[in-house]
Design a protein. Structure first.
Length: 213
């Protein structure tokens, strides 16, 4: 992730936000604090990406409800929950819904920085993977409709003769289309073409063999 990561603190306790901001600023982070979940939600369109430190128990609109709203928006910023109450069911629910971590107040600086570090590292890896997928989809978008048909059949292991028969054309034409597909996708081998189809969701990856117990 480029630039200084932004840590979004969402907590209705003003003194806690100030203390947390001070610790994180000294550690080199840029801070954006919000006194409520609704306040954060209103600012999200213009907010810079980063990690969300989210209090569970807030009046009217709590942390879990905000997590649900962010999921509806397909908002993938990592969430580290914070709570002053030892509520195991709540922590389990938050983690199952995709939270990176669940910290019990009060927590040490080391525990906080470790949780944020892991959250940002996974976020960066996820963004890098998504950028790669978007790049591959851009290459696929350069294919003509007929080349797309050829591509879909060839990555499923169809021979040129079979594709020609299915599409009602000559094998020579299919060979020409295949060369063009490989060129546009910028690959040198059939295996690379299959990998692109799998990464972009056009072809399910092969199922792994399950060993007998």
């Amino acid at each position: 992730m480029t630039g200084t990561p932004v840590i979004h603190i969402v907590d209705d306790d003003a003194s806690f936000r100030v203390a947390l901001s001070r610790v994180l600023k000294v550690s080199g982070f840029e801070i954006a604090d919000h006194d409520s979940a609704s306040s954060f939600l209103r600012s999200i369109e213009t907010a810079r990406p980063g990690c969300i430190l989210l209090d569970v128990n807030m009046p009217s609109f709590d942390g879990l409800q905000l997590q649900e709203e962010l999921a509806k928006l397909s908002h993938g910023w990592p969430i580290v929950f914070m709570s002053g109450q030892g509520d195991v069911p709540t922590s389990v629910r938050a983690i199952k819904a995709g939270a990176e971590d669940f910290l019990m107040k009060p927590f040490s600086k080391e525990i906080l920085l470790d949780a944020i570090g892991r959250a940002l590292a996974r976020f960066a890896a996820t963004r890098q993977q998504q950028d790669q997928i978007n790049s591959l989809r851009s290459l696929i978008a350069t294919l003509t409709p007929r080349e797309n048909e050829d591509f879909a059949l060839m990555v499923r292991g169809k021979m040129n003769k079979q594709i020609a028969f299915q599409l009602g054309t000559s094998e020579r034409t299919i060979k020409a289309h295949r060369r063009m597909v490989m060129e546009k996708l910028q690959v040198q081998s059939f295996a690379e073409a299959v990998s692109i189809a799998e990464k972009t969701g056009l072809l399910a990856p092969p199922a792994k063999d399950v060993e007998n117990p």
